[in-house]
Design a protein around this ligand. Structure first.
Ligand SMILES: [Zn+2]
Length: 379
């Protein structure tokens, strides 16, 4: 694949892909260590791969303040969520080793700054609530009291849950270029793809060159469908119903924050780093419970100037099969009533699957239903 071809893709956020991978340092043994949470570990790995470009490490105070208050980094680039490392106390040295919970060293961080932060304010600004029933707020409130900032150098990458789906931004960009794609739409999901999602990804694909199905496989709530089951659903659906040269399946290694609107912006900016020019934003993107309005995650894009984000959001309505239209549709495209629409609640779908029954074909492809039924049977 030629460099010329990847140049045709959208530029990474900030202009260049960051690479924070490097050699294991000689002085590692003597360093003070900081143990990272699973969310911090996934951020660390995305810092290594450039998925969080232009960030080169955990955020300092100026970036943090700008992001929390104004959704912009100190450089004035848009950015929607803090990427911070919480610690109990300031380290004594200028450099610390970052480890996972088993104590395995993965990276070093060159200490630039240690600063206190206001959990309530961060929750209010980023999550629009301080309710600790909110999983993102609960995690924030349980964090250690100081943020440790500095560039990281990662010498041990995270072991991916799905190695064949572990594509870094350089890999997806190369794959897009190889297929001759210039305009690519990214689709974020943390659920199995039902017909509604199949429809909207295909409507999006009609207007661009390629589709990146980019399921989130990092930490999610324990009641979301397990990642392995979801990945199997994507495989059977893509194999059976999408042209192989128009779609790429890869894992998005981020941990869910459930920050709704702000996370929609953040997800879009990260997909730009992966080479996407467009990004699907449905109803209540990255939401949880009833903390966010149905369209809040779409409206928030209006808070940025034209072209400022450098990735085009594609907004979608709730979609369904309409018996009168005889097709998939949405309230934008179908004038018929609710009685004509094949719609099942999440609870109803779960009930059917647990009982070993397939939801209607207009709602879920039978191949996908089989995978889900099998998974419920095994659990
Ligand atoms: Zn209709």
């Amino acid at each position: 694949m030629s460099a010329v071809a990847t140049d045709l893709l959208v530029a990474p956020h900030g202009g260049e892909l960051v690479d924070r991978t490097g050699e294991r340092p000689e002085d590692l043994e003597g360093l003070e260590t900081v143990v990272l949470t699973s969310r911090e570990l996934s951020d660390l790995d995305m810092l290594a791969s450039g998925a969080l470009s232009p960030l080169e490490g955990f955020m300092g105070r100026a970036d943090y303040e700008g992001v929390v208050e104004e959704m912009h980094l100190a450089s004035d680039l848009p950015w929607a969520l803090p990427v911070c490392l919480a610690v109990a106390a300031a380290p004594a040295g200028e450099r610390v080793a970052l480890t996972d919970e088993s104590g395995r060293a993965l990276a070093v961080l060159d200490v630039e700054e240690v600063y206190p932060y206001d959990r309530e304010r961060e929750a209010e600004r980023c999550f629009r609530t301080t309710d600790t029933e909110h999983p993102g707020v609960a995690r924030l409130m349980g964090q250690k009291p100081l943020y440790l900032a500095g560039r990281v150098t990662v010498f041990e990458r995270a072991v991916p849950q799905f190695p064949e789906l572990a594509l870094d931004p350089t890999d997806t960009r190369a794959a897009f270029a190889e297929r001759g794609w210039r305009r690519v739409v990214g689709f974020q999901t943390r659920n199995p793809i039902h017909r509604a999602h199949e429809y909207l990804t295909k409507v999006a694909l009609e207007t661009v060159d390629g589709l990146l199905v980019h399921p989130l496989v990092g930490d999610t709530k324990s009641d979301d469908v397990p990642a392995a089951t979801r990945v199997e659903c994507y495989r059977v659906l893509l194999d059976g119903y999408y042209p192989a040269d128009r779609v790429l399946l890869a894992a998005f290694p981020a941990a869910m924050r459930y920050a709704g609107p702000r996370e929609a912006i953040w997800h879009a900016l990260l997909r730009k780093n992966y080479g996407c020019s467009h990004f699907v934003v449905g109803r209540d993107h990255a939401g949880v419970g009833s903390y966010y309005g149905t369209y809040d995650a779409q409206r928030i894009f209006d808070e940025f100037g034209p072209g400022e984000l450098g990735i085009e959001p594609m907004f979608f309505e709730h979609t369904f099969f309409c018996r009168t239209c005889g097709a998939m549709a949405s309230t934008k495209t179908c004038p018929h009533g609710a009685d004509e629409r094949v719609f099942l609640s999440g609870t109803k779908v779960r009930e059917l699957l647990v009982a070993g029954e397939r939801p209607p074909e207009e709602f879920t492809r039978s191949e996908v239903a089989e995978v889900l039924i099998e998974a419920y049977r095994a659990s």
